[in-house]
Design a protein around this ligand. Sequence first.
Ligand SMILES: C=C1C[C@]23C[C@@]1(O)CC[C@H]2[C@@]12CCC[C@@](C)(C(=O)O1)[C@H]2[C@@H]3C(=O)O
Ligand SMILES: O=C(O)CCC(=O)C(=O)O
Ligand SMILES: [Fe+2]
Length: 332
Amino acid sequence: MVVASSMMIRTKKTKAVGIPTIDLSMERAELSKQVVKACEEYGFFKVVNHSVGKEVISTLEEQGAEFFSKTAAEKHRAGPATPFGYGCRNIGPNGDMGDLEYLLLHTNPLTISDRSKTISNDPIKFSCAVNDYIESTRELACEILDLVGEGLRLQDVQSDSLLRINHYPQMVKPKSWDPSLMKGNSNSSIGFGEHSDPQILTILRSNNVGGLQISTHDGLWIPVPPDSNEFFVMVGDALQVLTNGRFTSVRHRALTNPLKSRMSMMYFAAPPLNWWITPLSKMVTPHNPTLYKPFTWAQYKQAAYSLRLGASRLDLFKLQQQQDSNLVPPSP
Ligand SMILES: C=C1C[C@]23C[C@@]1(O)CC[C@H]2[C@@]12CCC[C@@](C)(C(=O)O1)[C@H]2[C@@H]3C(=O)O
Ligand SMILES: O=C(O)CCC(=O)C(=O)O
Ligand SMILES: [Fe+2]
């Protein structure tokens, strides 16, 4: 594993460390070891030498940029995001806000072709760009899950995987900014607040503008240097359960940049709604008894969508858990 060094400001709450970088062209047994190590240590890593075509990436980037450059009225034709479609500032149904706008799409090709009519003047071009990108990132997610060792294929047509394109306009922090949130991070505001992703894996790519930060297990924030040619992989809540807590889902957030706008694209790899999410048999031993109650992906999503963005929602499904006070669903 290469640990990339980078120039970062060290503050009380952030830590200047390298992000694990994994070369997918290396020998398989070693590759598998490195993927597991990065999942255990950070729940996050960068992959290089992936097989996603440059054109597949640039075509979706162009389509995304074209959409976000439209007037507010035109963009709102594709919204509101409930949860799919165009969203501006509001994230999810429970009052979470951020300095961003986005398109959230289900990866089912039929829903993409339907949605594309409200998103683009050339819906076929837009849906082709989205479908090609989804196919390539799904392959990448499958490759990574195979390396984790259980052949957790996600090819199922009924999968509940999603695609999100986020756009963070260049943004200076508002005057009423809470300084405890951002010590040392000068002018940035919160684009997308702290959370973990509920799915199995997230495959993230952005343009060359920074903003993404991940949290270490001990709660320090690490800025992730952007790399528009490569992908970042994040462990989600469902993979934490499947590995019986051996991997922990990575908490992350995105800050705005005061000088440049940022665009990111996330493929969220999820199982079909009726899949049971329960620790894989080889992850459970008498010394490592199962940590979670069995639940279906549909049940987990329902719980996730009833809670705030930053909630530690897996606590609801822990055996012998002590429930956190932040897990009371918000009142309507
Ligand atoms: C506040 C929320 C937004 C979110 C659903 C949720 O209630 C909590 C999880 C959020 C998240 C994070 C990862 C991507 C996403 C699409 C998902 O599946 O869970 C978002 C949801 C959203 O933006 O609608
Ligand atoms: O835009 C980013 O870099 C991160 C966004 C994110 O975490 C999400 O959409 O779940
Ligand atoms: Fe996320």
